[in-house]
Write a new protein. Structure first.
Length: 307
């Protein structure tokens, strides 16, 4: 069974495990380097906003319960806030909190002028409704870009606060001069976090898009025809070298941990021999996701401090 998995992982600071021949090294998209560039842009923007309007962007992260992975994700985001000059607040809530109490807490943050971005760390405990909680976040403070209002704007081509991982993929394509218009882009995985918004962003840029998922028959038929391939399923090495064509651009958004090591959805060591560009796991899309989150907080701060 496939799982939808974003590359929002705790493994963004490690080196690429795969051994790659020197001749293929230029094909690797260095997510850490790109993320550093985005963070530098955000840092300058934060300094300018403070100088011009006296505003310091603020991000509130809400963590319900004690999930270790979620705690690590939040720490990574707060470290990025430190690097960029964004004020960050932890809102650690007990796992026993009720739906009404959670929503009330979110609404309090909506009213605070010093908080420009709100991030509700998922997953929530089973007794809580994550969709209802996400709806409670002010769309203008929706740092993750998951609110239906922002998703709707994405669908009509008005890309503001959108899901961070696919936006990071687009930014990486722009940095590497990847032509999107007229190309066949195949997205494997149809989650609300990656697959669906990724497809929308590619369509907005005039790609011809195929979206594949667990019920797709003959996946290889689609991936072999892809000029651009984005994979986010959480299935270790789902994509093999015989499933891609020469010159394909590959973004691996999946993360699987096994025996203390992490793997992507793509068989990196073999697929890199055919790809023109490819992201590693770790060190690819993950760092970009967090840097785009910082960009969103700055965007929100600029918008909410206009008046």
């Amino acid at each position: 069974m496939w799982n939808s998995s974003a590359a929002d992982s705790p493994y963004t600071g490690k080196e690429v495990d795969a051994v790659v021949d020197v001749e293929y090294s230029t094909r690797i998209i260095d997510g850490r380097s790109l993320a550093k560039k985005v963070e530098e842009e955000v840092k300058k923007g934060v300094e300018a906003l403070k100088a011009e309007r006296g505003v310091i962007p603020g991000l509130a992260t809400i963590l319900v319960g004690e999930d270790p992975a979620s705690k690590m994700y939040v720490r990574l985001k707060h470290k990025a806030c430190e690097r960029t000059g964004i004020h960050a607040e932890d809102h650690d809530l007990p796992a026993s909190i009720s739906q009404e109490e959670l929503i009330a807490h979110i609404k309090q943050l909506n009213l605070r002028e010093d908080i420009n971005g709100i991030l509700l760390q998922l997953p929530l405990p089973r007794h809580l409704n994550d969709k209802e909680a996400m709806l409670a976040i002010d769309p203008k403070k929706d740092a993750d870009g998951f609110h239906p209002y922002n998703m709707g704007n994405l669908l009509i081509g008005n890309e503001g606060l959108v899901p961070c991982t696919p936006k990071g993929v687009i930014r990486a394509m722009e940095e590497h001069g990847v032509q999107i218009q007229g190309k066949h882009a195949v997205v494997v995985g149809h989650s609300n976090v990656v697959g669906k918004p990724m497809a929308a962003m590619l369509i907005n840029r005039n790609a011809t898009v195929s979206v594949c998922h667990v019920f797709t028959r003959n996946l290889k038929q689609y991936t072999l025809d892809a000029d651009i391939l984005v994979v986010g399923t959480g299935v270790k090495h789902l994509i093999k070298a015989d499933m891609v064509k020469e010159g394909v651009v590959v973004f691996d958004v999946g993360i699987t941990e096994e025996d203390g090591k992490v793997y992507g959805d793509v068989d990196f060591e073999n697929v890199i021999k055919k790809a023109s560009l490819i992201t590693p796991v770790p060190g690819g899309v993950g760092p970009m996701t967090i840097s785009i989150l910082m960009q969103h907080v700055l965007m929100a701060a600029k918008d909410t401090s206009k008046n």
